[in-house]
Design a protein around this ligand. Structure first.
Ligand SMILES: [Fe+2]
Length: 350
């Protein structure tokens, strides 16, 4: 394989301590053209699928330069990893445009770690945490999220911290990704849109936190529904449908033992398929019986699902999705809260 000369020279300069390397905190590095990637998520012995860069200061220590130190196709050598660690580097950088490629690379690494079983479990959860971070970052770049999506940064960082410290069950998100990758993306996207809408509505910080937890885990109960049922190409029969409709209750039961998950968040999960006209499930609650934020999660959940690509249909454009949300009715009236929908249209800046 061809060795990238420039990358090799840069590595030599680095390892002979001729380069001044800088590392910022993750939050300082949100907006730049380059994104950080922790060394732990680089797969030693595997070919890179994107270019990696060192963040350095020039001679006058004034300007930051990103120098390429590994190119696509080059194998990330285990020796580089130990040398980088020895000189105190914990992260390298990639170009933001490579985000989808980096996520795919991490997914490949995660599948290999999953195959290695128990011994690789801790490493797997660390890489998965980094993958989640990047999936959230990617969600922020999607136009269908509306212009306010970046207002969630503070809340997102809070929730990531709760996951990192084990207060919230990261392993349940791992179960979601294993069960159905599109359900994982859906969960992250609903989390982002619902949080941004809560901030837009100027809800209290603690209410935003409750919504964040509920939105991220709202469909965790689906991981307990057998894949044979979910993968059926034909319309579900009544028995299967009833089983699938148990997922809010199953999710509630899975999460209720976690002291970091407040009752408010659990209630939103339990009610996330309740409709405005009282025709939803689990309990067919009328609007006045529902938690005051259930309608928000209900609306965002459907909006995200409609504007996502499905194997059996293309993604609806935001405008067409809104039309469906405006018109969909149950036996006793409209399913979605129309006042909230008008605010949502402004939020999306349609
Ligand atoms: Fe659901």
């Amino acid at each position: 394989m061809e060795i990238d000369i420039e990358g090799q020279q840069i590595r030599e300069r680095l390892f002979s301590k001729k380069l001044r390397v800088v590392q910022g905190t993750a939050s300082e590095e949100q907006e730049k053209e380059f994104c950080p990637l922790l060394l732990r998520s680089l797969f030693p012995g595997e070919a890179l699928t994107f270019a990696i860069y060192l963040k350095t200061l020039n001679e006058g220590n004034k300007e930051i330069h990103y120098l390429p130190c590994g190119m696509p196709g080059e194998v990330f050598q285990p020796a580089w990893l130990s040398q980088l660690e020895q000189i105190g580097i914990d992260r390298l950088y990639f170009k933001k445009v490579d985000l989808p490629r980096v996520i795919a690379y991490l997914n490949n690494y995660l599948l290999i770690l999953e195959g290695q079983g128990g011994i690789a479990n801790q490493q797997k959860m660390r890489v998965f945490y980094d993958q989640l971070n990047l999936t959230i970052r990617q969600a922020m770049t999607s136009t269908r999220m509306g212009p306010y999506i970046r207002s969630t940064i503070k809340q997102v960082n809070w929730l990531l911290e709760e996951l990192a410290t084990g207060k919230l069950p990261l392993n349940f998100l791992w179960e979601i990704i294993l069960h159905d990758y599109s359900l994982y993306n859906h969960s992250v996207n609903v989390f982002m849109i619902a949080l941004a809408l809560m901030v837009y509505l100027e809800k209290k910080e603690v209410e935003c936190q409750h919504m964040g937890i509920a939105a991220l885990f709202h469909d965790v109960g689906m991981t307990r529904i057998p894949p044979e049922i979910l993968d059926k190409p034909e319309t579900l029969n009544a028995e299967d449908r009833l089983l699938v409709q148990e997922h809010p209750q199953i999710g509630f039961d899975m999460l209720k033992g976690f002291s970091a998950i407040p009752l408010e968040a659990l209630r939103l999960i339990l009610e996330h398929h309740e409709n405005c006209d009282g025709s939803g499930y689990l309990r067919g609650l009328s609007l006045s019986q529902q938690h005051r934020h259930t309608r928000i999660l209900r609306l965002v959940d459907t909006y995200e699902a409609l504007t996502s690509l499905r194997p059996y249909r293309p993604a609806y454009r935001a405008f067409d999705a809104i039309k469906i949300l405006r018109e969909q009715s149950g036996p006793r009236g409209l399913i979605y809260d129309q006042r909230l929908l008008e605010i949502f249209i402004k939020f999306l800046a349609l």
